[in-house]
Design a protein around this ligand. Structure first.
Ligand code: SF4
Ligand code: SF4
Ligand code: FES
Length: 237
């Protein structure tokens, strides 16, 4: 039987890797490997997952040095030599083992005004947004974010400056800036125009390269740069 050598992070920031041997299976995902370890080799291993089908965003980890969603990452794709190194997401505190603390990640969504502010009441008719309008197309481009944090863990600017809002929060802000039903455009542009906002992005593209949903936070951030600059010129910010 073929066996995988799997080095798994244990403990907190000052932890270490621990090696496990896991039987190789056909169509095995990295999440299957972690689950095997937790169920058969060490029940104390801490990790996070929910949907197993690429929808909830909770299973992202660092796999052989790169942030990935583990439930949709096949072992055959990343461990050709039979070795895996699995660690928690970078750029976030570690709760324990493979579980990163996502609080600062989601706090930044709130700081970037990532929540929809409705203009209509329950009594109003449904809003009609033309599917081919430029604003709708721009909102669509970033709407499928699952909040996995792979982009955030891959961003050098987040690593250098922990105040930086990061690609996911800024992508969300751009989605809402383009939502014609939303009432908080100016407030949101103000929230992302400061030192920790869109103008700190160095356009390294790591977020766009690593996003498992093939979104392009770099393009969203470029949109925010244009929109905030135009708002400043109009004296709105
Ligand atoms: S493009 Fe900007 S947000 Fe994305 S990884 Fe690079 S610096 Fe970070
Ligand atoms: S933009 Fe992509 S990588 Fe970033 S949180 Fe959303 S789905 Fe994950
Ligand atoms: S477990 Fe939900 S996205 Fe992986």
């Amino acid at each position: 039987m073929s066996v995988l050598q799997v080095d798994v992070w244990r403990g907190r920031e000052d932890g270490r890797f621990e090696r496990f041997e896991v039987p190789r299976e056909e169509s095995q995902t990295v999440l299957d490997v972690v689950t095997y370890i937790q169920r058969h080799l060490d029940a104390s291993l801490a990790y996070r997952f929910a949907c197993r089908v690429g929808m909830c965003g909770s299973c992202a980890m660092t796999v052989n040095g790169r942030a990935r969603w583990t439930c949709r990452t096949h072992v055959a794709k990343v461990a050709g030599d039979g070795r895996l190194e699995i660690a928690p997401l970078a750029n976030l505190p570690v709760i324990r083992d493979l579980a990163a603390d996502m609080r600062e990640f989601f706090d930044k969504w709130a700081r970037a005004k990532g929540q929809f502010t409705p203009t209509a009441t329950r009594k109003d008719d449904f809003a009609r947004v033309a599917p081919d309008s430029p604003a709708r197309a721009a909102a669509n481009a970033g709407i499928e974010c699952i909040g996995c944090g792979a982009c955030y863990a891959s961003c050098d600017v987040v690593a250098w400056s922990r105040d930086y809002l990061g690609p996911a929060a800024l992508n969300r802000a751009w989605t809402l800036v383009n939502d014609v039903r939303d009432a908080a455009r100016a407030e949101r542009l103000r929230a992302v125009a400061g030192d920790a906002g869109c103008h700190s992005c160095h356009t390294h593209m790591s977020c766009t390269e690593r996003c498992p949903k093939q979104l392009a936070p770099t393009a969203s951030i470029a949109g925010l740069k244009r929109a905030t600059a135009a708002a400043i010129l109009r004296g709105e910010l």
